[in-house]
Write a protein that binds this ligand. Structure first.
Ligand code: 1GP
Length: 252
């Protein structure tokens, strides 16, 4: 449980975390390595590798290898299905999309992937995953029964269900590239209902949004698009991460 211990230790120290999502489909492996390096310099805590479309195993393998050789950070797979596996990663979010209409995204792909994960020696980190409106590509591909942006009680109930199912983390996702992140009021409501760490991602691009989401109770904030879009990763991401982690400094 190396990666889980790393996450747990950081959170135990009353720190918030930031994770950077890289999609292997969006750039060549060399570029992904450079992006990971700049993200590490900006203070991100882990690199997540995932995407909602297409899988090219050779490209996934090279991307993860490049990221591993460019930084010391843990690499965690953020899979769409059982075939999104890579022996070079450190861990995998073993995630169930709790609000999918299709059972395969709740548990079916998991049954397919579990023995392979074991044989590859990947560290599984169980996670409940809930897609909030607008959901973007992942909501579509995952056949999500999207959570309304004002359904705060349902959000809290999903999170508590994830905790009671024994999941280590719960992740609320507005979708990569969403015009707006998960509402701050929803984050507050979820946080007050659970004891497991809360992960929030999708549509977080500004320092203000990142800070507000962290302030509202997210323990781990995930961003992806901002690293793809900015011309200068290090300063852009650094400002965002300072806003997230500054919140934990203030809480001490
Ligand atoms: C997607 O939440 C992540 O799973 C990242 O979203 O690309 O919008 O930052 P963005």
């Amino acid at each position: 449980m190396r990666v889980w211990n790393y996450i747990e230790e950081k959170l135990k120290q009353n720190k918030k975390m930031h994770m950077t999502l890289l999609d292997p489909d969006k750039q060549p492996p060399e570029k992904a390595g450079e992006m990971a390096k700049a993200s590490a310099q900006a203070g991100t805590d882990a690199i997540m590798v995932g995407g909602s479309t297409g899988l090219n195993q050779a490209n996934l393998d090279s991307t993860v290898q490049r990221i591993k050789s460019s930084s010391e950070l843990p690499v965690i797979l953020f899979p769409t299905a059982a075939n999104f596996l890579c022996r070079y990663a450190d861990a995998i979010y073993f995630m169930s999309m709790l609000n999918s209409r299709n059972l395969k995204y709740v548990v079916g792909e998991h049954k397919k992937g579990a023995p392979v994960i074991k044989s590859l020696g990947l560290e599984p980190i169980s996670m409940g995953y809930i897609v909030v409106e607008p959901g973007m590509k992942v909501g579509e591909v995952g056949e999500a029964d999207l959570l309304s942006r004002d359904a705060f009680d349902d959000a809290a109930a999903y999170a508590l269900a994830a905790q009671y199912l024994g999941m280590r983390l719960v992740y609320f996702e507005a979708g990569s590239g969403a015009p707006e992140p998960v509402p701050v009021e929803m984050v507050k409501k979820i946080k007050s209902a659970i004891d497991i760490p809360l992960v929030i991602g999708g549509g977080i691009r500004t320092v203000d949004d990142a800070g507000a989401i962290a302030d509202a109770g997210a323990d781990i904030v995930v961003t992806g698009t901002i690293v793809e879009e900015t011309g200068d990763i290090q300063p852009t991401l650094s400002a965002l991460i300072t806003a997230i982690k500054g919140r934990s400094e203030n809480r001490k």
